[in-house]
Design a protein around this ligand. Structure first.
Ligand code: FNR
Length: 341
């Protein structure tokens, strides 16, 4: 189990390196330049409020890892950088520590290093309500992420395919915990139909976790002895496609999956996301360049998001939804097929 965490990290990093500079559907989101619309970035606030969660940054570090000595070290670096750059941070799935408490310190390091920060715990949708409470307690978490990952479980050699139990389990978790529940995909996206179902189940927020970045079908396929699911790579809805599809599905939305730079953050905000999660890009800097480089990079993202919001005349992340957006190419085709324009 622990070895799986180390393998995920190594393979996801290899894939991130190979993706650098490559386009994804976020490139089909064009913010129209209006030369007189800009406001002074000094007047832009980065504060965000989503379902009662108050953040001082629209960018957060999404759930990735923990549970082994190596991933615990990575968590320490991520948490220190999140603290220094004043960003919320989510842990990777803590299931491994619920099953084997000796692994808990490699998650708890997130709270130890970011004592006053906004920390989200993370479990799979197959965990019991009691496990969800224990996950929140473990990190003294301010919110709980519950991840959906059906495509990953299918391809994962040791995956569990009891997907039909998930909806009831999510409803029980929402009842049981006293922090907001954020349901997220891990890179295959949440459709509008899924988000509407989540709203009925008592979920507070949906993180669309769309395709375009880390692809767990590919990650798990690379772990198989005979990697026979290669054809399924890219399965899912891209992050901007989800934002369009789920815009009126009844829940506040967060966006993640394939976010490469501050312009992607502002594109997602303009499509209605209230916050934007980054996983593999920050992970790569943490592992390749270390703590100070990640602090500098995260601070640069904050400064640039503020600058770009000013450029499009948005006084806050929430205000970016009023920016003038053109949707092109593959993304436009999908929006038309879904009757979204
Ligand atoms: C992840 N992700 C993830 N998500 C989750 O909810 N629980 C988890 O345990 C993990 N584990 C994990 C490990 C590693 C190494 C990576 C890179 C990612 C998924 C993550 O939160 C995010 O949804 C995807 O990575 C897509 O975002 P990026 O990587 O394209 O920014």
């Amino acid at each position: 189990m622990g070895e799986r965490k180390d393998e995920h990290l190594r393979i996801a990093l290899d894939h991130e390196r190979a993706r650098r500079g490559r386009p994804n559907d976020l490139d089909d989101v064009e913010l129209v330049h209006h030369a007189l619309d800009g406001i002074d970035p000094a007047r832009v606030s980065l504060d965000v409020e989503v379902a009662g969660m108050r953040w001082t940054s629209p960018v957060y570090v999404n759930g990735m890892t923990g549970g082994t000595a190596h991933t615990g070290d990575v968590n320490r670096t991520l948490a220190i950088a999140a603290r220094e750059a004043d960003m919320p941070i989510a842990s990777g799935s803590v299931s491994i520590a619920l099953d084997d408490p000796s692994r808990a310190p490699w998650f708890r390091v997130l709270r130890d290093e970011h004592p006053d920060g906004f920390v989200l715990a993370n479990v799979g949708a197959d965990r019991s309500a009691d496990d969800a409470r224990r996950a929140v307690d473990l990190l003294r978490a301010d919110a709980l992420q519950v991840h959906l990952n059906a495509a990953q479980e299918l391809v994962m050699p040791e995956g569990s395919t009891r997907f039909d139990t998930w909806a009831a389990s999510i409803a029980a978790i929402c009842e049981a915990v006293d922090v907001p529940v954020v349901v997220k995909e891990v890179g295959a996206g949440l459709s509008g139909r899924t988000v509407a179902r989540l709203a009925d189940l008592g979920v507070a927020v949906a993180d669309v976790g769309g395709a375009g970045g880390t692809d767990f079908v590919r990650v798990e396929n690379d772990r198989r002895v005979a990697g026979d699911y290669a054809y399924l790579a890219g399965w899912g809805l891209s992050t901007p496609a989800c934002l369009l599809d789920a815009a009126s599905a009844g829940l506040p939305l967060l966006a993640s999956g394939g976010v490469r730079h501050p312009l992607d953050v502002v594109r997602a905000l303009a499509l209605g996301a209230q916050g934007v999660g980054v996983a593999s890009r920050f992970l790569a800097i943490a592992v390749e360049d270390g703590e100070q480089a990640l602090v500098d990079e995260m601070r640069r993202w904050r400064d640039h998001v503020r600058a770009l919001l000013g450029l499009v005349g948005a006084a806050s992340p929430a205000d970016a939804v009023h920016a003038d957006v053109l949707v092109r190419g593959r993304l436009r085709e999908l929006a038309e097929l879904r009757g979204l324009d």
